[in-house]
Design a protein around this ligand. Structure first.
Ligand code: ADP
Ligand code: MG
Length: 704
């Protein structure tokens, strides 16, 4: 048994959090910083110097030698450049450890090699990182020693966003402004701020480290590009919530402890549906912190896996035919004085403010369904969304029986007079407690489900940052709130106007509400009748960013300029093309250098066997011959598919970067990859396992 730790003692021990700041900063400085964290404003250099000094002293006590501006460029992962605290040697030959306010507030990484989508002209390649004081700094301990990590935003010389954090912070301000405006109209004079709360459930796979390194596809692309199905998959439903094996439990214990030290509220863990698949969820936090924490979670999952002789796969679809991984983005709006705007109360039909807010959400999601779908688009997610597993690519909203009934009443009669009761769950056993049933119910097949006092957006990919979906959610809500405020501020009769708006929003956007089975074919047809978009792939989703209504939306609320959106579109097409390019090249490499030679060796042993059996005077060699024939036919198919993929890939490579190239990859290269995979997977079932050049799905999924 390992050592036991006291969670309350280690929690947040490596975070420059409020307690540390209060202890270490002079009162005036502390107050100034707290004001800026709450309300924004400029930090003068003198104050910054004091904070930087205290931060450095604290970090050094934790063993830190370096600091880094930690940021989230458009690569999908975080970036950092480390600087040590040392100064130039003194005449005595010794060095001092220093860290100035200027170094805390602003960094200037050589940004020319981060994706900018043409935003940063080459003559002005500078990019700036700026301290985001709303997300606390932390000390990360790893093989590099200890490093003070300072969460920062990343912008170009002219202030354009080159990262995920800048637009996220802008969108949080936008929804704050509009939500406060709405609350004031309802007579709320006390709440000062409305913040989106986000809790992201992270799914991941664990595989054996040595086996991982025997597969070039896992090494280069994070997913398997070949592989026949093992005899057993997830059909027995015996992994989901199953007992966690000791090896995995030890890993989770380590992950939790590391996360707790970093102030991440790791809360829930369980086995997921697929073999070797697991999930970790923290307690929700302010959107900005939740986005940073999710990055820390992904990094920690990976780092700790290596220590335990495993590899953590965050790819959306590491194994074909086995459930992929996603990230459920739980989202709500909360005031600084603890009011959850999405809380319906016991009798939602009487809760006029809640109904108006709900109607705004329905309207926002219906009007910008394409944009929301785009926010979950990434090359890996193409294998999940709209394919034969969770969730469908069509955006719809699940409200649950109680709220759907209220909406129904409102739309048909203009007023809602009752709320269905949740009732009690009867187990039929006298010794079991009576359980209150959740009136909001659960629907696992809905991409956007109301779950009590929050919405759960289930489309996000497991590897992706959760910044994009939250930017969209915050901004579309800002718009919907703004629209109703515009009407209400001019209304003569407030109550009547609220009532009319609720009815109007629900009536006009009821088509987005769907409580049935989102995986069924019938829903696809029904959604089409309702005119809901069904965007099946990333390349089809990207243009949503530049649709007129999207550009107007983002510009109106100061979240993105058109130029910023154009740059993101460019980065996304490039990212898609590069991802598929690497996958195609990896397949070509594996087929040419591993599979074809292995099959040739195997067919030679068959041929040799036939000769020696015959030499021994036995004529019956039909089994060996049949195998030899079958393998040879598949080998030929493999060879042809390889040739075809190589040619198509060569064409794609020389195309100019952009939309057309990305579409070519999607429409031409991806099918050619599938055509190559098919005969190879069939061969895997025929060829002697001893001679197959890499671990199988069974080896990877069941022998962790
Ligand atoms: P599930 O049954 O889907 O796993 P959980 O109750 O475990 O749902 O919650 C999932 C996530 O939702 C957690 O990260 C949790 O902290 C978060 N969450 C709970 N309430 C809220 C809320 N009001 N706003 C945002 N996230 C929330
Ligand atoms: Mg869950």
């Amino acid at each position: 048994m390992g050592e036991y730790v006291k969670v309350s003692e280690i929690f947040g021990e490596n975070v420059f959090n409020d307690t540390v700041m209060q202890e270490r900063l002079p009162k005036k400085v502390y107050k100034k910083l707290k004001d800026i964290i709450a309300e924004g404003g400029d930090l003068d250099l003198e104050t910054a110097d004091v904070i930087a000094h205290e931060m450095k002293e604290w970090a050094i006590e934790k063993g830190a030698t370096h600091y880094t501006h930690w940021f989230q460029p458009l690569t999908g992962v975080t970036a950092e450049k480390h600087d040590s605290f040392i100064t130039a040697p003194l005449p005595s030959g010794k060095v001092l450890m220093s860290f100035s306010g200027k170094e805390l507030i602003k960094g200037e990484p050589d940004a020319s090699s981060f994706p900018s989508g043409g935003l940063r002209a080459t003559f002005e390649a500078r990019g700036y990182t700026a301290w985001d004081c709303t997300s606390p700094a932390f000390v990360r301990q790893d093989a590099a020693g200890a490093t003070l990590c300072i969460p920062t935003a990343f912008c170009s010389y002219t202030g354009e966003a080159l990262d995920q954090k800048t637009p996220l912070l802008r969108s949080m301000e936008a929804v704050d402004t509009q939500a406060i405006r709405l609350l004031r109209l309802f007579g709320n004079t006390t709440s000062k701020k409305v913040t989106p709360s986000v809790g992201a459930e992270q799914e991941y796979f664990l595989v054996d480290r040595e086996k991982f390194y025997e597969r070039k596809d896992l090494i280069y692309t994070g997913r398997t590009l070949f592989g026949a199905m093992p005899p057993k998959g997830q059909e027995m439903d015996d992994h989901y919530f199953g007992t966690i094996r000791q090896k995995i439990a030890a890993y989770m214990k380590d992950v939790n402890e590391e996360l707790w030290k970093l102030g991440v509220t790791a809360k829930t863990q369980h086995n997921e549906v697929a073999p070797a698949q697991h999930e970790l969820a923290p307690i929700y936090a302010e959107a900005n912190v939740a986005v940073d924490h999710n990055q820390i979670i992904m990094q920690t999952l990976k780092r700790v896996a290596t220590k335990h002789g495993m590899k953590c796969l965050l790819h959306e679809k590491p194994f074909a035919g086995v459930n992929g991984s996603g990230k459920h983005n739980n989202w709500s709006l909360t005031t600084d004085d603890g009011l959850n705007l999405l809380d319906p109360g016991k009798t939602p039909h009487e809760n006029i403010k809640f109904l108006l807010i709900l109607s705004c959400i329905i309207k926002a999601v219906d009007e910008h369904a394409g944009l929301l779908r785009e926010s979950a688009a990434d090359p890996g997610n193409d294998h999940r969304l709209g394919a034969n597993e969770a969730p469908p690519a069509i955006i719809s909203i699940f409200l649950g029986e109680q709220l759907e009934d209220v909406v129904e009443q409102l739309v048909s009669t203009g007023t809602a007079t009752s709320s269905k009761k949740e009732g009690v769950l009867e187990t039929g056993v006298r010794t079991l407690p009576e359980l209150d049933k959740d009136a909001t119910d659960r629907n696992r097949t809905s991409p956007f489900a109301f779950t009590g006092n929050k919405f759960e957006f289930r489309m996000v990919g497991s590897r992706d940052s959760i910044a994009a979906p939250n930017i969209v959610l915050n901004t579309i809500m800002a718009e919907a709130f703004c629209d109703v405020c515009d009407v209400l501020e001019k209304a003569d009769n407030f109550d009547e106007a609220v009532h009319d708006l609720i009815k109007k929003n629900f009536s006009e956007h009821q088509r987005i509400i769907f409580n049935g089975n989102g995986y069924s074919d019938a829903w696809i047809a029904e959604a089409e009748r309702r005119g809901l978009p069904n965007i099946r792939s990333m390349v089809e989703a990207i243009p949503e960013l530049l649709a007129d209504k999207s550009v107007n939306l983002f510009e109106k609320f100061g979240v993105f300029t058109r130029a910023e959106l154009e740059s993101r579109v460019e980065v996304k097409y490039e990212n898609y093309a590069k991802t598929i390019n690497i996958e195609a090249k990896t397949m070509i490499d594996m087929a040419a250098k591993q599979f074809i030679p292995a099959v040739i060796r195997y067919t030679k042993t068959l041929a040799d066997a036939i000769v020696s059996i015959r030499a021994a005077g036995v004529e019956e060699v039909s089994v060996q011959k049949k195998l030899l024939e079958d393998c040879s036919v598949l080998l030929r198919k493999t060879q042809e598919a390889l040739k075809s993929l190589t040619e198509i890939e060569a064409k794609a490579c020389v195309m100019e970067e952009g939309k057309e190239q990305a579409e070519f990859y999607h429409n031409m290269v991806v099918p050619a990859m599938e055509a190559l995979r098919e005969p190879v997977d069939e061969l895997e079932m025929l060829v002697d396992k001893e001679m197959w050049p890499m671990p199988s799905y069974g080896d990877l999924l069941f022998e962790v």
